[in-house]
Design a protein around this ligand. Sequence first.
Ligand code: C5P
Length: 304
Amino acid sequence: MSRSSVTVRAPAKINLHLGVGAPRADGYHPLHTVYQAVGLCDDVTVSRSPGWTLGVTVPDWMDEGALPGPGDNIVDRAARLLADLHGIEPKAEVRIAKSIPVAGGMAGGSADAAAALVALDRLWGVDTTDDDLLRIAAQLGSDVPFALHGGTAAGTGRGEVVEPVQDDQTWWWVLVPSRVGLSTPAVYARFDELNPGASSEPPAPSDLLDAIASGGVHQLAEALHNDLQPATLDLRPELADVIDAGEQAGALRGLVSGSGPTVALLCDGVDDARAVAGALGESHHGVVLVANGPVAGAHVVTYA
Ligand code: C5P
């Protein structure tokens, strides 16, 4: 059934484990990752329209200048791929309300793409199969299939091959975004310079998966792992101070989220997360957010 307007919400991700191998022939890096979707979400609203328009709103703290220009948004590409699959013209008025940092290592663009695929599928009433949605998602970007899945999940390949992981806990995070984002390719390029002898087989997430299965937050804190972190800290040394400040304020462990520059601090429950966020908010002079995970992947919040 087609609709006149649909809003779909999609979550940010943190990589609980990001094992990176030497670049493949196609330039991508083989990954063993464990994603977690957290409750910091972008909303994509699509409405019936005679043409194609795309507008983006961002909160004050975000750098609007970092957004892609007209026609370049991953959502433009998502719409074209979905419309081509069904042999129709991509027509919609699209509004993206961002809360996920732009170029922040939290897969905000991927969340927008996943949300747009689900929203446009409903708006156009085209009944895309899950397999087709996941295939288009993988074409759009390495993290887009996970943004459809949500929850906690293992990622292999270049990140696009996603298997759900049983995760019965609610984990609490303090997130510290930076106003100025980082280019993911630049971070991977620095990783290559710092790791000339990297193995083609990325480090496996067995400790991390054991920690999730145990349900213990201290075990999870110890198992958090990000192979990109040294490269990110090399490009942005000041992020080490944010991690230190968070851990001194009571977080169990801080790490760079994906390629960064957002810092994610794992806390022992909601009260500790609020306390850490409060302490960092006073010392850090920037934005500090609290979110829990795992949360759902791209899902409809409003139909009209
Ligand atoms: O897949 P996606 O378009 O999100 O990737 C953005 C960039 O990040 C790629 O062009 C590549 O430089 C880098 N990347 C990588 N290996 C991966 C995922 C991303 O080198 N597994």
